[in-house]
Design a binder for this molecule. Structure first.
Ligand code: AMP
Length: 303
């Protein structure tokens, strides 16, 4: 196994200006693993309830996602998130979060996944992220996400986690909240002093910034005429990014940039439809075509 993704497998109720879906398949691990599945072998570590549909399980299995670390709690219900977007699709308003089975989640990494080289710890209680890391025998790349709630409520635990993470992938509001600095570059450098070697700042429809001690790389988001549902864009980005890295095993600067574009490709497809509909039905040809589209978008000659 190349990549382990810790995160939620959820049912989401989502309203955007273009429609509404109830109890649709979502969750950070779902989006991340589906995106990564186009590039590498991926396993999910998470928990679902008895209400998890066979058809959703089959969708993940069709994408060759290893579900041996996805436990089912008898009598329990899946994590449920309800959110809404206005015409500014960059910001979700959370209306409701039902932790359900997540409330008592104790992550146990199955024996055969403990030597995994690449790990993505999606947004979750930092204690659970750390407990997962503690069971791994020496991953080559650890990437993580977090959110405002943990920055506020579990700052100590989050800082302990950051000391053990190579790549932090968070959105720009979280960068500012974590550091108290409005300037992204300055704030980014401060975050690097907490432990990560690299920070990836997600900026919604404005793309991403990769910040290291001695470099900055910017990638735009793909200009799309029809965006239906931004839910999962960040996790699809993360899946495309780390999935591509895990697939080719190269961590040179150019490979990291390519992985960032691949993350952006997967996020751009994901937002074209509700839930996982678009992400689950892609072809390698479509992925490569949009990758080339990104190149054309930003190419310019020397002076
Ligand atoms: P994203 O749009 O990439 O930030 O992630 C959206 C996904 O995150 C949705 O499918 C939700 O099920 C999931 N999600 C929402 N809130 C939380 C939370 N507090 N903890 C973990 N996952 C969440």
């Amino acid at each position: 196994m190349r990549l382990l993704v810790l995160g939620t497998v959820a049912y989401d109720t989502v309203k955007t200006p273009f429609g509404r879906r109830e109890q649709a398949l979502g969750g950070s691990a779902t989006y991340c693993a589906l995106a990564a599945s186009y590039f590498t072998e991926v396993a999910i570590l998470g928990v679902v309830g008895e209400d998890f549909n066979d058809s959703d399980r089959e969708l993940l299995i069709r994408h060759k996602v290893d579900l041996s670390g996805l436990s089912t709690i008898a009598g329990g219900r899946c994590f449920h998130w309800q959110g809404e977007y206005g015409f500014d699709l960059n910001t979700a308003v959370t209306l409701r979060t039902d932790l359900n089975v997540l409330e008592s989640f104790d992550p146990i990494v199955p024996e055969h996944l403990r030597e995994v080289p690449y790990v993505f710890l999606a947004n979750m209680d930092p204690e659970i992220q750390i407990k997962t890391l503690d069971q791994l025998t020496g991953p080559k790349v650890v990437a993580a996400d977090t959110m405002n709630y943990w920055i506020e409520q579990k700052r100590g635990g989050l800082l302990d986690l950051l000391a053990r993470v190579h790549i932090l992938v968070i959105n720009e509001a979280e960068v500012r909240q974590l550091t108290g600095d409005y300037n992204l570059l300055r704030a980014g450098h401060r975050i690097l002093s907490y432990g990560p070697k690299m920070l990836i700042v997600k900026r919604g429809e404005y793309g991403v910034l990769k910040i290291t001690d001695d470099s900055v790389f910017a990638a735009p988001a793909y200009p799309l005429e029809s965006v239906f549902d931004p839910t999962g864009a960040g996790d699809s980005f993360a899946g495309g990014f780390i999935g591509h890295l895990a697939g080719n095993g190269n961590l040179q600067p150019e490979a990291l940039r390519q992985a960032i574009i691949m993350g952006s490709v997967m996020a751009s497809y994901n937002v074209e439809d509700f839930s996982t509909a678009r992400l689950a039905s892609l072809s390698r040809q479509e992925i490569d075509e949009r990758y080339r589209g990104f190149r054309r978008l930003t190419e310019f000659g020397d002076l």
